[in-house]
Design a protein around this ligand. Structure first.
Ligand SMILES: Cc1cc2nc3c(=O)[nH]c(=O)nc-3n(C[C@H](O)[C@H](O)[C@H](O)COP(=O)(O)O)c2cc1C
Length: 333
């Protein structure tokens, strides 16, 4: 399939694997790129820029296809050395960066002067338009359903994507709630040039996370996610577990007076315990409502082939609806 996104990134299928903390390692990124999509390494999971350089080198050994690096600008008590991470990305010859979180404007000159294509992930039309204005090549539009940080506007993709299509001139992918061929075809119908998946890619053979995480995703339904940290204006969609129930209790008690320190135990430094050790109640971890559509753990190649094969059948079926209409019109005439 050829879209503005496959053309922009030089990939075969319009499917991107979004950056994911403690999931977006070389194993997953290379598997997605080898299957014809765009795999993405998550920079900040690598504790130093030097470690990111090794991760990029490892990914290069596993694929000769294009892959990208995610740079997340989130509120942090002490900001990571973003410029050093960018120097590594440039030095290692990676030419696609997914930015996310805050406005990437302070880093755009460094990225663009190195010839890097930038896709910014955002959760509102106004942020998407800002990304376009500051020179991003594409955006990933993350609806309210998404795993991770859906922003504070709570607009789901059935509204957000057509709104983005009406306003944007640069290409965009649909992100949040995407799992299968139906998601892809719907995203294309709403004006997107492809889709970005997070949660779905965790439940794949190659995702280098503990089996308990994959099992938890397969077992959960669309009713099993919760929003946390709204009072801090840093809303995150996570899967429900013992730790999240405790966190929500604290949030209810504290109300608008909630401080980050009140819930630090449930959110700070928990990812390695969950993703590597498989301790499913260690804390809150991002997960999309799309878990309700995930029932298996295929290889990345199987998943992407299935999506593209079914998308073709689905598109043909939809076109056939038209043919049926044309037949009727011909008979009436
Ligand atoms: C476990 C997990 C960790 C994530 N970590 C990050 C991250 O570090 N940076 C980022 O930009 N997005 C992160 N995301 C968001 C994804 O890149 C993607 O935008 C989102 O998962 C899309 O929604 P979906 O889960 O419904 O597919 C994370 C998502 C998950 C599920």
């Amino acid at each position: 399939m050829k879209t503005a996104i496959t053309e922009l990134f030089g990939i075969s299928h319009p499917i991107i694997q979004g950056g994911m903390h403690y999931v977006g390692f070389a194993e997953l990124a290379s598997a997605v790129s080898n299957a014809g999509g765009l795999g993405i390494i998550t920079a900040l999971t690598q504790k130093t820029p030097e470690l990111l350089a090794s991760e990029i080198a490892r990914c290069r050994e596993m694929t000769d296809k294009p892959f990208g690096v995610n740079l997340t600008f989130l509120p942090a008590l002490s900001a990571p050395p973003y410029s050093d991470y960018i120097a590594v990305i440039v030095g290692e010859g990676v030419n696609i960066v997914e930015t996310a979180g805050r406005n990437p404007e302070p880093y755009m000159a460094a990225l663009k002067s190195a010839g890097i294509k930038v896709i910014h992930k955002c959760t509102s039309v106004r942020h998407a338009l800002k990304a376009e204005r500051i020179g991003c090549d594409a955006v990933s539009v993350d609806g309210f359903e998404c795993g991770g940080h859906p922003g504070e506007d709570d607009v789901p993709n059935m509204i957000l994507l057509p709104r983005a299509a009406d306003e944007l001139s640069i290409p965009f992918v649909a992100s949040g709630g995407m799992a299968d061929a139906r998601s892809l075809v719907a995203a294309l119908a709403m004006g997107a040039a492809g889709m970005n998946m997070g949660t779905r890619f965790i439940a794949t053979k190659e995702a280098p996370v503990h089996e308990n995480v994959k099992r938890a995703i397969v077992a959960a339904s669309e009713l099993d996610t919760r929003l946390i940290m709204r009072a801090l204006r840093n809303t995150e969609r996570v899967i429900r577990n013992v730790s999240v129930d405790r966190l929500l209790e604290i949030e209810r008690d504290k109300g608008a007076c909630l401080q980050f320190s009140d819930i630090e135990d449930q959110v700070a430094g928990v990812y390695p315990k969950i993703m590597i050790d498989g301790d499913m109640d260690a804390g809150a971890w991002s997960c999309g409502m799309v878990v309700g559509l995930i029932h298996d753990i295929p290889s990345v190649q199987e998943l992407i082939e299935r999506i593209m094969g079914e998308a073709e059948r689905l598109l043909r079926r939809l076109v056939n609806l038209l043919a049926h209409d044309e037949g009727k019109t011909a008979k009436m005439a």
